[in-house]
Design a protein around this ligand. Structure first.
Ligand code: MN
Length: 280
C-alpha cells in the first residue's frame, strides 16, 4: 500500500488518512499517493515552496469503522495538527465533521448533495462498504443535507455548485447555506473572493474538496463529470483568499481511470495549494 508519509507522527503537523468506505477506496488511495510525490511543491510564480512548513504523516486506510472517523479527526485537531482525509465518496465528510462544532465549512463541489433522504441504488452500490450496512439512508448525495440538519447551514459556504434541483435550492435558501455557482465565480471573482475572505476571517476552517468541482476537461476521473466547472487558476486565487485557521480538509470523489493520471495530478496540486495555507 502506498503512503504519503514523509515524517514520523510526532514531528508531523498534517495527519492524513483514507476513509474505509467505497469499493475502490484502496485503488483510489494508491493512485493518488503515486502521483503525490511527483507533484512539485515549489510554486514558480510565487517563488515559494508551498510545503516550507508542512510535514505529513499518513495513517493510511483506517481499519476502524467509518463511524469512528469523527473521533479520529477531533483528536488530530486537538493535538494541534491538521487533518487530511482521502475519501472515495463524499459521505465520509459527514462522519469526519461529526465531532467538530466551532468550524466554518467551505465545500468545493459541482453538486449540492442536499437530496432529502434520497437513495439512488446505482450510487448506493458504489459507495457502501462491502459487508457494512450504514444506517439512516446516508449516501454521497445527501451528506450535506444531513450535516446541515444537525449543525445548521449558516456556517457553510459552497463554491462551484452547478448541479442541483429546486428542492435542494429551497433547502439551501431556508437553511442559509451560502452558495456560489461556478458561473458566479467566473463572472464575479472579486465578489466571491471577498465573500470567502469575510466568511473565514477569525475562524477555524475545514475545506471539503470534491474534485468534480473542476471542469471535466481537466478532471475527467470523477463519478459525475458536470460541464462548466472551474479551472485551476480560479481555484488557486480563491484559496489565496482563505482567512482564519485551517484545521482540516478532505479530498473526495476521485475515481481513477486506467492509464490517465490527469485528475490525480490536479488533485495532489490542489491539496498542496490548500495545505500551503496552514499556519504554523
Ligand atoms: Mn460532487
Amino acid at each position: 500500500m502506498k503512503s504519503l508519509t514523509e515524517y514520523p507522527e510526532n514531528e508531523a503537523n498534517v495527519i492524513s488518512f483514507t476513509a474505509p468506505i467505497g469499493k475502490r477506496a484502496s485503488e483510489m488511495q494508491d493512485s493518488f499517493s503515486d502521483v503525490w510525490w511527483a507533484v512539485e511543491t515549489f510554486d514558480p510564480d510565487k517563488k515559494k515552496n508551498l510545503f516550507q512548513n508542512i510535514k505529513v504523516h499518513d495513517f493510511g486506510m483506517l481499519s476502524e469503522p467509518v463511524e469512528t472517523i469523527g473521533k479520529k479527526v477531533k483528536s488530530i485537531i486537538e493535538s494541534h495538527k491538521v487533518s487530511f482525509m482521502l475519501s472515495y465518496g463524499h459521505l465520509a465528510t459527514l462522519y469526519a465533521l461529526k465531532e467538530l462544532n466551532d468550524i466554518k465549512l467551505v465545500v468545493f463541489d459541482a453538486h449540492a448533495d442536499c437530496n432529502l433522504g434520497y437513495i439512488d441504488e446505482r450510487i448506493e452500490d458504489q459507495d457502501f462498504r462491502e459487508g457494512q450496512k450504514l444506517s439512516e439512508n446516508l449516501n454521497d448525495s445527501n451528506w450535506l443535507y444531513n450535516y446541515v440538519k444537525e449543525k445548521g447551514g449558516g456556517k457553510v459556504l459552497a463554491i462551484g455548485f452547478r448541479s442541483f434541483n429546486e428542492a435542494e435550492m429551497d433547502f439551501m435558501n431556508k437553511n442559509k447555506i451560502g452558495y456560489i455557482t461556478s458561473t458566479d465565480l467566473k463572472k464575479r471573482p472579486e465578489v466571491v473572493r471577498s465573500v470567502l475572505w469575510n466568511f473565514t476571517q477569525g475562524s477555524n476552517v475545514y475545506i471539503s474538496l470534491d474534485i468534480d468541482v473542476f471542469d471535466p476537461s481537466i478532471a475527467p476521473a470523477v463519478h459525475f463529470p458536470e460541464p462548466n466547472g472551474i479551472f485551476f487558476d480560479q481555484f488557486q486565487q480563491v484559496i489565496g483568499d482563505l482567512n482564519g485557521q485551517l484545521v482540516g480538509l478532505d479530498l473526495c470523489c476521485l475515481s481513477p481511470i486506467a492509464g490517465n493520471k490527469v485528475t490525480e495530478f490536479l488533485a495532489a496540486r490542489a491539496v498542496k495549494e490548500i495545505l500551503s495555507k496552514v499556519k504554523v
